[in-house]
Design a protein around this ligand. Sequence first.
Ligand code: FPP
Length: 235
Amino acid sequence: MKVPNHIAIILDGNGRWAKAKGMPRGYGHVKGCANLESICDDIKDLGVKYLTVYAFSTENWKRSREEVEGLMKLFRSYLKKCIRSAEKNKMRVKVIGDITAFDSDIQEKIRYLEDFSKDYKELFFQIALNYGSRDEIVRGVRRLAQDAVDGRLKPEDIDEKVFESYLDTAGIPDPDLLIRTSGEQRLSNYLLWQLAYTEFYFTDVAWPDFHKPDLIKAIEKYNERDRRYGGVKEE
Ligand code: FPP
């Protein structure tokens, strides 16, 4: 089985999963968070080098105050626990998205975790927090325009590679496989530039129930597909 180099996951369905069990949505997020820890171990076991997960979008602030506060609490405890997970898996952790919107203690925890794990090379784990692809592109274009105004960049030198270097994912290869759990089949403003050639896999399994066998099934499906990139298919 050919293992994708980079898997991106939209972690969806925590709320519905909890509701189906007669529990509050926050319970689904707690279980979803625990599942994220075990999926990191599984990804490492399978030999995948890059994992990028969508944990909180720029739209998610519109949820109830109670739910947003619950998620912030969860991020605080997760960012601390993730230090151990980074150490165990020799995993570099990077947060993508605009973190300036978070309370300063959360921003500090993010910076600490990124700095602590910066030299690990076994697994590269990106967590999208307050992330939206359009926002990422606009933030990148602002910096690019400033560099042009300041004379550091000539318009004729801008190509795909240069543009990519202004994205939050600079230096990270594009995902080979995108997985979205819990039945929805849309991108929800996730990695719009980076997913240009990516294979998509949608499953009805809710995120808290998505475990190693489901991951293997997704990778098997990925193996069945032709990856032509507009060229000639290999026989
Ligand atoms: C989608 O489920 C999930 C989220 C908006 C949050 C994802 C968060 C986690 C998996 C846990 C914490 C993550 C980290 C990095 C600590 P949903 O609430 O949209 O579910 P629904 O579609 O059933 O309502």
